[in-house]
Design a protein. Structure first.
Length: 268
């Protein structure tokens, strides 16, 4: 079967003082990097290194087949969340391109992308609608979403007043109820109590059993081993390893130990 995700030489550049924001006028400047529309794989020439910034990702290529469960491995600040945002279409690459052959259900931040001033009720309707659910479909799933998230007493409370745990519960409940074939989960399993994490584990197992494709970012090796059979290891914005999860985790651990030893040696 053809891959559902295909990254071809992907690179994205950020300014150091603030995240780089693509503006419409950039598309018409002759010196602007070539823009690749999400959903289309297209190679570009390497952009020259620009001052005052850094490449969050550079020359990253891989393919993911339908139903695969992939764990993104690496230290903080190495490009894992940025890669998820590229897959979700939240960011556009400055080099290369990503083809995504299906809808994406992203849970990339604790907030789940919800609007803080809207109530939990309104956010459920808004998010479901933005992901293509009809009013009837949202109504049919509404009680299930609320029960899973355990927020029935706070439906008319503005989302910004929720605790971080409540935000995760609602975000996870809504996103995993969607019909999208690709699910992106970024570190949110680290937030919330033990009983809710067990509910999340069960829901994710059900999604994988149903043929969903999963990208999971987690520093918890137990979570990665529970769901993922493949690992992508990012370091310094580069794809260092792509293989079986155990092999990828071993390489990451070896590199981390080597870097720690080097830092201790410099500190002497």
């Amino acid at each position: 079967m053809p891959p559902v995700i295909e990254a071809d030489g992907v690179g994205i550049y950020f300014k150091r003082n603030r995240r780089r924001h693509r503006r419409v006028r950039d598309m018409f400047r002759s010196d602007a990097p070539e823009i690749v529309t999400p959903g289309v794989v297209k190679g570009t020439k390497k952009s020259k290194q620009r001052s005052g910034g850094f490449w969050a990702l550079r020359d990253v290529s891989f393919t993911v087949g339908p139903g695969e469960a992939v764990g993104l491995v690496g230290a903080n600040g190495q490009g894992k969340s940025t890669l998820l945002k590229l897959i979700a279409g939240v960011l556009l690459p400055d080099e290369g391109g990503i083809r995504v052959g299906g809808g994406v259900a992203p849970l990339i931040e604790v907030t789940g992308g919800f609007e803080g001033d809207l109530t939990a009720r309104d956010n459920i309707w808004l998010t479901g609608g933005l992901h293509g659910l009809s009013r009837r479909q949202i109504a049919d799933r509404f009680d299930e979403i609320v029960d899973f998230a355990e927020v029935g007493d706070f439906l008319d409370t503005p989302f910004r007043h929720f605790s971080s745990g409540m935000k995760v519960r609602l975000g996870f409940s809504v996103i995993t109820t969607l019909d999208e074939p690709i699910v992106l989960v970024d570190e949110v399993l680290a937030v919330g109590d033990r009983s809710f994490r067990e509910k999340c584990y069960q829901r994710m197992q059900e999604m994988l059993s149903g043929g969903r494709t999963l990208f999971l970012v987690s520093h918890n090796e137990n979570d990665l081993r529970r769901f993922c059979t493949r690992g992508l290891y990012l370091s310094g914005g580069a794809l260092v390893a792509d293989g079986g999860l155990d092999q990828t985790l071993d390489q990451y651990a070896e590199d981390s130990q080597r870097k720690s030893a080097a830092r201790r040696k410099r500190a002497r």
